[in-house]
Design a protein around this ligand. Structure first.
Ligand code: SF4
Ligand SMILES: [Mg+2]
Length: 441
């Protein structure tokens, strides 16, 4: 174990938690030196770590921002952080990802995407050719013939060239080095200073799993890369493409066409709702169940209420059931999904089946009102059921709309007029939307 006593960005007196001889020791020290070389304000540095031994770095860098993420996703998090900083904050943040070969394989598309959009992110791939933390399994960056616990006769496959993938993803700065290279500090600092996406793959040893199974010393890493046909050194250093936020500015400022403004809903009705009302709507796919729920939600917003809507349907989208859970409330809502329904609307057999399979009867209370189509059989014992000729009068595609309108008309959780205005906007004059007999129910 080593003590990082002279470090400036690292935690004073931090004890390196890695196995003796592990390449991570070197990488982190060089990263610390690189930050020192650039004289970056620690508050302008964000380290985003992945799962794996390299992810233990968070605790070793207490002067800078750190974010520990899920396996493979660190580059995705870092991209969001970098873009948010450029667009919303000081724009000075340098966001650096520490990820292993296993994590970079799992989250490869995050690396590709960060490179494509040219986010100001530096990805340091600590490549020891295996999943170290979980016991030494093969990764996509394991070289052919390399022996791991899951390739005891040597890996059968050639390794992925992550630098070539980065190049194909239009990354501006790409380097492949070994952890013992004397100029690694310079390369890391060059990558961090680069205005846009940069990646440094650092080849290193896992002394716990790698060197025990392979005749391997640090000076053999370059030869291994060469044998795989992987180029070493600074492979690309080209700032031709503007970094994401500058490209965003250019594209937005040069946009000549009309930009459709966002639609905001201004409350124009008053409500008397004192507590949340929870509504479940269900029927068949293609019969406007979810769009009715959206209209209900919009009408509630027009009354100044808070709303959530949660939808469910089978993956097939166009067949089977369709279900929405809507909460409307005078106060802020902290979760989506109905826990105790005030109203349950069921307009078709598909909806009734789903109500049973989702065990909605365990999410009702003694006051729950069921509005169902007259064609449906529902065990009415102990339930407040109102059976209406919804499909016959409103048609299958407007049965849910009729049911919501009925609730607003008879129970008045908020003014029916708000929903009515949306119905008229969509379907024409209110009195002609459904068959005449509807208006008497
Ligand atoms: S298991 Fe391997 S990668 Fe993890 S700390 Fe030990 S030597 Fe390093
Ligand atoms: Mg690894």
């Amino acid at each position: 174990m080593n003590t990082a006593e002279t470090c400036t960005y690292m935690t004073h007196g931090a004890v390196m938690p890695f196995c003796k001889g592990c390449g991570h020791n070197n990488i982190l020290k060089k990263l610390n030196d690189a930050l020192g070389m650039l004289r970056l304000d620690p508050h302008d540095v964000c380290l985003v770590t992945d799962i794996g031994c390299i992810g233990l770095a968070d605790a070793l860098f207490d002067k800078v921002h750190t974010v520990h993420t899920t396996h493979g996703r660190s580059t995705g998090f870092a991209t969001g952080i970098a873009v948010a900083d450029k667009v919303l904050a000081s724009g000075k943040l340098k966001t650096i990802v520490l990820i292993g070969d296993g994590g970079s394989m799992i989250g490869l598309l995050h690396i590709v995407n960060a490179a494509l959009i040219n986010a100001d992110v530096t990805v340091i791939v600590a490549n020891n050719f295996l999943f170290g933390m979980t016991g030494g399994q093969t990764s996509s960056l394991t070289p052919e013939h390399f022996n791991t616990i899951t390739s005891p006769f040597g890996s059968m496959n050639p390794s992925l060239d992550i630098c070539k993938i980065s190049d194909a993803s239009k990354a501006g700065y790409i380097a492949r080095k070994t952890a013992t290279d004397k100029d690694l500090t310079d390369i890391i600092s060059e990558a961090i200073a680069f205005d846009g996406f940069s990646i440094v793959e650092v080849l290193e040893l896992c002394t716990e799993h790698g060197t025990k199974r392979n005749e391997l010393k640090g000076n053999m890493l370059s030869k291994m890369a060469e044998a795989e046909g992987h180029e070493l050194g600074v492979i690309k250093n080209s700032a031709k493409r503007p970094e994401f936020s500058r490209k965003y500015d250019i594209d937005v400022n040069s946009h000549k066409g009309e930009i459709k403004p966002l639609k905001f809903i201004t409350p124009s009705y008053k409500h008397n709702l004192k507590k949340p009302a929870e509504i479940i709507l269900t029927g068949s796919a293609g019969e406007r169940v979810q769009s009715t729920a959206a209209m209900l939600a919009e009408a509630a917003l027009m009354c100044g209420l808070e709303v959530t809507q949660k939808n469910d349907n089978p993956v097939t989208q166009g067949s089977g059931f369709s279900l929405s859970e809507v909460i409307i409330s005078p106060d802020e809502i902290y979760y989506t999904g109905v826990s105790s329904a005030d109203y349950v609307i069921i307009v078709s057999e598909d909806g009734l089946k789903e109500i049973k399979s989702q065990d909605v009867f365990n999410r009702i209370n003694y006051k729950t009102v069921f509005i169902i189509d007259e064609s449906l059989e529902l065990n009415k014992e102990g339930l407040n059921v109102i059976s209406l000729p919804l499909r016959r009068i409103c048609g299958g595609d407007k049965a849910a709309i009729g049911a919501v309108d009925y609730i607003l008309k008879h129970f008045e959780p908020f003014p029916q007029a708000a929903f009515k205005s949306l119905m008229e906007k969509r379907f024409g004059e209110y009195g002609k939307i459904f068959k005449g007999e509807y208006y008497n129910i």
